[in-house]
Design a protein around this ligand. Sequence first.
Ligand code: PD2
Ligand code: ZN
Length: 291
Amino acid sequence: MSDIPGNTAQEQQITPELRQWIIEQAQAGYQADAVLKSMLASGWTEDVAIAAMENTLRDHVEQQAVQSGLAPASKVPEPALDESPLYIDVGDRRVAVLQVMASPRVVVFGNLLSDQECEELIALAAPRLARSLTVATKTGGEEVNADRTSSGMFFQRGENDVVRKLEARIAALVNWPEENGEGLQILHYQPGAEYKPHYDYFDPNEPGTPTILKRGGQRVATLVMYLGEPEKGGGTTFPDIHLEVAPKRGHAVFFSYERPHPSTKTLHGGAPVLAGEKWIATKWLREHRFE
Ligand code: PD2
Ligand code: ZN
């Protein structure tokens, strides 16, 4: 590994030369812990060295992405996980943090909904179910899609007590304004039903997308909440990262995507239900107020 530039460790200043050195070490294939060790040996304090590495590499990756023609990253919803809490207090409930992945950002929560709330949502939705539609990206309208064999419905934002309570809870959990959320969607999957892998953001290259974006900008995060568990199958899969989240009642999986691009690795699907029935509620979060 090359020498660390300058003799600034006493002042702990992140100079452009230091930033350049950090980028070069990463490009040369040195792992983060080796680079950190080298900085510590030169007198850097751990906090400053870690922050310098994280900030420098994050900015660099973002710069490269924009230079290669990608849209700049959007701000995204994010739960407060900095101190690795086991629970997040969302006002009326303590939500358990069960699993956290940094990139892509995927977080599995437990105890987001009570059994009674799950049952109430299912009962209110059941009489209003219809075969699920997906957004027709060619036109901006909606269409039946063989890749999505569930049935579903949307609640209006704030439509009833249980929806209002849940929406306030979600806003507190992921630090995102309630008004940027689409209405809660309830989906019901019977045996054999599935939702083939897809991205939840709107494809910027589709002609219908500009119309869709007028209602609140891009989707930037998704929260899938499990209301009723099947006996087998029905997990939420993330093929790029070989992850499958079990559809356990009261649990939820959150994931965010800072630009509408596959580099976010947020391809995901609902695996076929093999036995029993699966019920979920999905909350899609937009960049801006959703009208
Ligand atoms: O039901 C699911 O697990 C699932 C999978 C993929 C739901 C959604 N996407 C969605 O509602 O966007
Ligand atoms: Zn989805």
